[in-house]
Design a protein. Structure first.
Lengths: 233, 429, 546
């Protein structure tokens, strides 16, 4: 009995030692890969930043209006954003490669799944980001237009637009990720349809006056309007 | 495409035939044959009355089709060619008419670009740009734009008009005082449909790499004036008579007017910042002919609606305004917006600070720049309301004195603009 | 080279205008004479001109350069005798040169025996050969021509105690053509000279012959009737002789003097001349085009006489006030250069002695429709003396060589009728016939070749004119066509090089041959014909279809 226990302990010990002896080098290799990855990512980040600085990307993005979008989303400049992304992507790549070396059963499969899933996550994030920016922009456009046209309830109008676009963006993002496809699409359709109906009813019944005024404006009957304000120029 | 073709072979061939000229008058049209014919008539009469010995050319930048009134156009231009000669006063020289055709209506910037290119190639000494929308421009008025330049005294001639006292409030309360404070040159009508300039100013502007800019395409005239001021060219103003309001175009659409003028002015601030940030001078601009005049006629302005639009704008646009305005300015605006209509006044110092906040925020692009300019509309309405109330019984002299005080206020607060302009980018939205 | 029989000779002529007094002095009295002129005929033949127009050489008090005649049928003693004139006439004819003399019908000198008789008493038979009045109020509103010197068209005669009518100087009383005796007497005078063999008569101051109350007293039908009568007599008795009208009027008014080919053979085109100068200064063809557009058609047997400068001022009567002030500012800034309504300067000084401009203007003169008249001295680019009174500044002695008195006379310089030009630029040492004859590229040599090219064809003298309207207004281009012959003339009126595109569709396939060098130019094709011209350059192309 004692012999058996000792044997088992010895077995366990030798297994442990064996495992440790097998694991340690892998762990060390993983650490080396991670550190190396950090270094490589760091160098890549700086090279890219210098290169982008040389190509004056920021000026181009400023002129193209992309910087404004980034600023509104509280994001750093285009150069910074790109170089940071490269850093993180590179490093996380190394980290994952390192982890796979550990040879933990199942982990490898999970990692490869993650690698396959990563692009979709990126696209989903991008869709969300663009959706939010667009929602913000269009809702403000609507708000200003309605306020300056002197129509009532500009905020509802602006909020509706923001809401619809956000819903759209979220559903697109979820769609991209492949999560709850049917639910998301039906939910969006219901919300959008209801909103349009509500607007149609509100505009048609509640806002007859508004509708008349708007139509007058768009059809060019501006005589009455003209008398109301002094000519600016 | 337009930039590639704006000096088409055909135009170049026409310019070759014209050769060097003393005077060039440019007109831009969108196929409105009757208006063009009237403008050409006025220009030719001006040449016959005032510049009988000079080498002259009319450059007509045309876009759009004459389908509807093609025959009328042909008839009118034939009429113009025959009948423009005043008895005993024919021009000694051939009066050339050069036509630059565009397939679609050219923007004012493209039209001006073409006219400047023609002026430069023809080495014109004095040039003027005339709008076909201005139906009542007299031959004398055209001569007033050309003469100061032709006589070699000035490089830029801005127009001055007789106006109704409630007309041109944007110019009176914003464009004129602000441009005067910032650029140090008091041109009253920075945004107008007609102006004069010298050949050397034309050459300077032509060689600037700005013609692709949207602001220049829409309203190039203020940029040209500011280019003249910042390049130490000599500017003056010439009286042209009654200002006619174009039937189409901005009219009373305040947002569109703000976009075209205030947006453009902010853009000019941006592109000339290296100059005005260090400039402290403020020089009066010589005026040729009588100074501008004011007439008063009864008006049926709906003041109440203007005030309501101000008040609702301030409330509804709060998040936008808060990203544009300095917190203190914003708080003050909110507090005056809560006043009763009878007690409401938009103080000039607050107005100036508001505008400077807008200019700085435009510079830092805190929100979309077009949105920013649109957000100014309710505040402008507030100022307009305040002005209408204050000047319902004012005489022209009183209004003038008030206007001068506003200018001084703008000048006094210029350091504030400078400070906000140079401040670090604040991202608020 | 004798005269050829051709009744239309005046259409092909190149006329040289001179005053006997100014040309050559043979007897060292300081005044040019017929004997001297005869000696110089070979020079004129060499130049290529085919007719001479002599300014008045009759006995005269010379208060208006001989236009104040005191004897119609003699030669002023200073210029020689009638015999000298006959010798000159024969010599000219043997060289193929025709002679046109000046005939003043409108008025005489107040020294003329006719006027002396007329003023002697109110009953004298010659009294009504002139226009008399007891008051100076008749013919109100009639313009005064010599504005600088005269204040009225009436002058007081102290002898007969009445006023007499004069359109020019007060010492030039107007003859009364309502009196048939006057016309007969003048016809006798004309017959006298025609019998001697003169080929043409230039009738001076034609529009003013007859006066009628309530009119401008110009271009009256009665005046035309007189001309018509004279022409009928001339055609009957002296075929092949010509009448040349001096009528400083608008082309439409002058047109009337051609009648239906039964009044004058030729008339001066006064309005064209100032506009040629104006066009060059403006660098714009508009003035020339305008005046030629206003010029009416004339009968086939008639001809315009065109000129650049003559013995009078460059008259600006036929231009608008604006044009006149422009001409003054550009060509006569110095007020001493102005007289009456004109500019008293010669061609070369007006052009700033710019050879290219002088050539261009002569090129225009020789290629425009009409008979060209060259004023003496302009073929060598003589200068003027604006400090001599009246129009004497353009009537200085001809500059033959760099010797004494410019080779004009052997008299003492003080004795000359007028000082020779002796400044550094236009003085006779610099500008004279001898030196220009020797210099291959002189203006004189160039003028000779120009006249030669013109004379080689009748296309310039008789051809029709058709203007091309290139979009470049600095280019004046026209086609001259006569029979089968077509010539294209392109002038650059500007001081800088120009490109011109000519619409020559009608002449597609023709080959232009430059007429001075006879060089071929590229054939006319489908597209507008592109020519480049240097400053003030002109081309004459003969178009040939081969």
């Amino acid at each position: 009995m004692r012999q058996t226990i000792l044997q088992a302990l010895e077995q366990a010990y030798s297994n442990l030692v064996h495992m440790i002896a097998e694991f340690l080098p892998r762990f060390l290799v993983m650490l080396i890969i991670i550190v190396l990855g950090l270094l490589v990512a760091f160098v890549l980040k700086h090279i890219l930043r210098a290169l982008l600085g040389l190509t004056k990307l920021d000026r181009v993005s400023e002129q193209a209006g992309a910087s404004r979008v980034l600023r509104m989303a509280a994001l750093p400049s285009m150069t910074e954003l790109l170089s940071r992304s490269v850093f993180w992507v590179t490093w996380s790549g190394f980290v994952l490669v390192g982890l796979s070396i550990l040879g933990v059963p199942g982990l490898q499969e999970q990692i490869s799944r993650l690698f396959r899933f990563l692009p979709e996550v990126f696209i989903a994030i991008l869709i969300l980001f663009l959706g939010l920016v667009t929602a913000n922009f269009l809702s403000r456009t609507a708000l200003l237009a309605v306020v300056n046209a002197g129509h009532p309830s500009p905020r509802i109008f602006s909020w509706s637009i923001r809401f619809v676009i956000c819903i759209l963006a979220i559903s697109m993002a979820l769609e991209e990720l492949g999560l709850a496809r049917q639910t998301v699409i039906s939910a969006f359709s219901i919300v959008f349809g209801a909103l349009m109906l509500a607007l149609a009813i509100a505009f048609g019944l509640g806002g007859q006056d508004l509708a008349r005024k708007s139509l007058q404006r768009y059809l060019g009957d501006t005589k009455k309007e003209k008398d109301k304000e002094p000519q600016p120029l | 495409m337009a930039e590639d073709t704006f000096l088409a072979d055909d135009l170049l061939r026409q310019l070759m035939s014209v050769g060097e000229v003393d005077l060039l008058v440019g007109i831009s049209s969108h196929g409105n044959a009757i208006a063009v014919s009237q403008a050409v008539h006025a220009i030719e009469q001006s040449f016959q009355q005032e510049f009988i010995r000079q080498r002259v050319v009319i450059v007509h930048v045309d876009g759009g089709d004459n389908d509807g009134d093609g025959a009328a156009a042909a008839g009118l231009s034939a009429l113009a060619e025959k009948d423009v000669r005043l008895p005993g006063r024919a021009s000694l020289r051939t009066v050339h008419r050069v036509k630059a055709d565009f397939s679609s209506p050219p923007s004012p910037g493209i039209a001006l670009h073409t006219i400047l290119a023609a002026a430069d190639l023809l080495r014109a000494r004095a040039c003027a740009v005339i709008s076909t929308a201005t139906s009542n421009l007299t031959p004398g008025g055209i001569a007033n734009l050309l003469r100061p330049v032709y006589q070699g005294k000035f490089d830029f001639v801005a127009p001055l008009y007789t106006r109704h006292k409630y007309q041109g409030l944007l110019a009176r309360n914003l464009l004129y005082p602000m441009s005067r404070a910032v650029f140090g040159c008091g041109i009253r009508e920075l945004y107008s449909d007609e102006w004069g300039f010298s050949g050397r100013l034309a050459a300077l502007c032509l060689n600037q790499n700005v013609w692709h800019e949207e602001a220049i395409r829409a309203r190039p005239e203020a940029w040209m004036a500011i280019s003249a001021i910042s390049s130490e060219f000599r500017c003056c103003q010439a009286f042209l008579g009654q200002k006619s309001q174009s039937t189409k175009g901005s009219g009373t659409d305040i947002v569109e007017a703000l976009r075209q003028t205030v947006g453009n002015l902010f853009w000019c601030l941006e592109c000339r910042q290296s100059w005005w940030l260090d400039c402290d001078k403020s020089e009066p601009v010589p005026t040729i002919g009588p100074d501008h005049e004011l007439t008063s006629e009864p008006s049926d302005l709906n003041r109440h609606r203007i005030f309501e639009m101000f008040r609702s704008g301030v409330t509804e646009l709060e998040p936008i305004l808060s990203s544009i305005l300095d917190p203190e300015t914003h708080a003050e605006i909110k507090s005056i917006a809560s006043l009763e209509e009878q007690t409401f006044r938009f103080r000039s110092d607050l107005w100036v600070r508001t505008l400077y906040d807008f200019a700085a925020s435009y510079h830092h692009a805190v929100i979309n720049r077009d949105h920013l300019v649109q957000a100014l509309a309710p505040l402008y309405r507030g100022m307009t309301y305040s002005f209408l109330v204050a000047h319902s019984d004012s005489s022209p002299d009183e209004m003038e004195a008030e206007s001068e005080m506003l200018c001084v206020e703008f000048e006094r607060q210029k350091p504030y603009l400078r400070e906000r302009w140079k401040a670090n980018v604040e991202v608020k939205s | 080279m004798a005269l050829q029989k051709d009744n239309l000779w005046y259409k092909d002529a190149v006329i040289y205008q001179l005053h006997v007094r100014t040309f050559c002095d043979s007897n060292a009295d300081g005044i040019g004479d017929f004997a001297g002129l005869t000696q110089r005929l070979d020079y004129l033949r060499e130049l290529g001109i085919t007719a001479i127009w002599l300014l008045p050489f009759y006995p005269s008090p010379l208060r208006d350069d001989g236009y104040d005649i005191s004897d119609y049928t003699a030669v002023h003693p200073s210029y020689g005798s009638l015999e000298d004139f006959k010798t000159f006439l024969t010599a000219a004819h043997t060289r193929g040169i025709r002679i046109i003399i000046d005939m003043v019908l409108n008025h005489t000198s107040d020294q003329h025996p006719w006027f002396q008789e007329a003023r002697s008493s109110r009953e004298n038979p010659k009294r009504h050969w002139y226009v008399w009045s007891d008051t100076d109020t008749g013919y109100q509103g009639v313009r005064i021509i010599f504005l600088d010197t005269e204040t009225s068209n009436w002058a007081w005669d102290n002898i007969s105690k009445s006023y007499y009518w004069h359109r020019f100087f007060s010492h030039q009383p107007d003859l009364n053509f309502d009196n048939p005796g006057v016309l007969e007497a003048l016809w006798e005078v004309m017959e006298f000279w025609l019998n001697l063999g003169v080929d043409g008569l230039r009738l001076d101051a034609v529009p003013y012959l007859v006066e009628r109350e309530g009119t401008s007293c110009e271009n009256l039908p009665e005046t035309h009737a007189i001309i018509h009568d004279l022409r009928k007599r001339l055609d009957l008795l002296y075929p092949g002789r010509m009448l040349l009208a001096e009528a400083n009027q608008s082309p439409a008014d002058v047109r009337a003097y051609f009648g239906n080919g039964d009044e004058f053979h030729a008339a001066f085109h006064f309005p064209l001349m100032p506009r040629m100068f104006m066009a060059v200064k403006l660098e714009d063809r508009k003035p020339i085009m305008e005046v030629l557009e206003q010029t009416p058609e004339i009968p086939d047997t008639c001809q315009w006489c065109i000129f650049l400068r003559n013995h009078d001022e460059l008259t600006l009567e036929m231009v608008t006030d604006i044009e006149r002030s422009y001409m003054y500012d550009e060509y006569a800034m110095d007020k001493t250069m102005r007289i009456n309504r004109g500019i008293r300067r010669r061609l070369a000084p007006m052009m700033g002695n710019d050879r290219r401009q002088i050539e261009l203007l002569n090129g225009l003169l020789m290629s425009m429709p009409g008979t060209p008249i060259v004023y003496y001295g302009d073929e060598i680019g003589m200068g003027d003396n604006i400090y001599l009174g009246d129009r004497n500044g353009v009537r200085t002695p001809m500059q033959w060589n760099g010797g004494t008195n410019a080779g004009f006379s052997m008299a003492d310089p003080e004795r000359l009728y007028s000082p020779v030009i002796s400044n550094a630029v236009y003085g006779y040492q610099a500008i004279n016939v001898d030196s220009q004859r020797r210099s291959e590229h002189s203006l004189l040599r160039w003028m000779k070749s120009l006249i030669q090219v013109r004379n080689a064809s009748q296309v310039f003298s008789r051809g029709s004119i058709h203007f091309l309207n290139p979009s470049n207004h600095r280019a004046l281009a026209y086609m001259r066509q006569f029979g089968e012959e077509t010539v294209l003339v392109v002038n650059n009126l500007s001081s800088s090089a120009q490109a011109v595109e000519l619409d020559v569709q009608r002449y597609r396939g023709y080959i232009p041959i430059e007429m001075f060098g006879r060089n071929l130019f590229p054939r006319f094709g489908e597209r507008p014909y592109l020519l480049t011209l240097g400053p003030y350059q002109f081309y004459w192309f003969r178009l040939r279809r081969i």
